[in-house]
Design a protein around this ligand. Structure first.
Ligand code: CA
Length: 225
């Protein structure tokens, strides 16, 4: 058959490549080996451009997929996270990154836009804002609407070194939407189904509140280095 239509051929080749990529991703996701409360995947998502706490050269990378609207994420941040920081982040063994998940819709999206904007405007203020925002999550009725532009700016005003006028304009322009979308792409690619999802390098901790399991995965990763 004669090939007159090379643009058509390019489209076919491009489509085949895309399908191959999708299949590869599916295979990666299905290749998880499950045992002892952990799942092993091929590799952790890239933390490039993500807010990361601790020494950038720390040998082990812990990632949280979290949602500012999620009560378990608030609880995790207040109970497990401080232990993790004092045992491993402050000692230079672990760097910790946070990726946004939008399981609670528009409010999750708005909070993520604000957090990404704060990170863009002043990376040093990010973790304080992150903590302060979770603190505002109502402990009784977390499903009630509480994330609004006004609330986000009010939280920002309590933190030195965040220019709330700049944040206001970033929110109005949705200037960090691309970063939020990048996180959603990772959530989909890694088939994240619950928040918080905690990964220690390429190990998913099935019970994120099992600090011993997190410790074990980190210690094993450290030994393996
Ligand atoms: Ca992000």
């Amino acid at each position: 058959m004669q090939s007159k239509s090379s643009p058509f051929r390019s489209i076919v080749i491009f489509t085949v490549i895309i399908i191959a990529l999708i299949i590869t991703l599916v295979v990666i996701n299905n290749n998880k080996s499950e045992s002892n409360g952990i799942e092993e995947i091929e590799e952790q998502p890239s933390i490039d451009g993500q807010p990361t706490l601790g020494d950038a050269d720390a040998p082990v990378s812990v990632v949280e997929f979290g949602d500012f609207k999620c009560p378990a994420c608030k609880a995790w941040g207040e109970s497990i996270f401080p232990q993790l920081v004092s045992d491993y982040v402050d000692t230079g063994k672990v760097k910790f990154s946070y990726i946004n998940v939008l399981f609670h819709g528009q409010e999750s999206n708005l909070a993520s836009l604000a957090a990404e904007s704060v990170y863009k405007l002043n990376p040093d203020a990010y973790w304080e804002f992150h903590k302060a925002l979770f603190k505002e999550q109502p402990s009784e009725d977390h499903d009630s609407s509480w994330i609004t532009n006004e609330k986000l700016l009010e939280v920002a005003e309590t933190i030195p070194n965040i220019d709330s006028e700049q944040l206001k304009s970033a929110l109005n322009n949705q200037s960090e939407l691309e970063e939020v979308n990048k996180d959603t792409t990772l959530v989909n690619a890694f088939n994240v189904k619950q928040t918080p999802t905690i990964m220690v390098n390429n190990i998913i901790i099935e019970k994120p509140f099992d600090y011993e399991a997190i410790k074990k995965a980190i210690d094993q990763a450290l030994e393996g280095k």
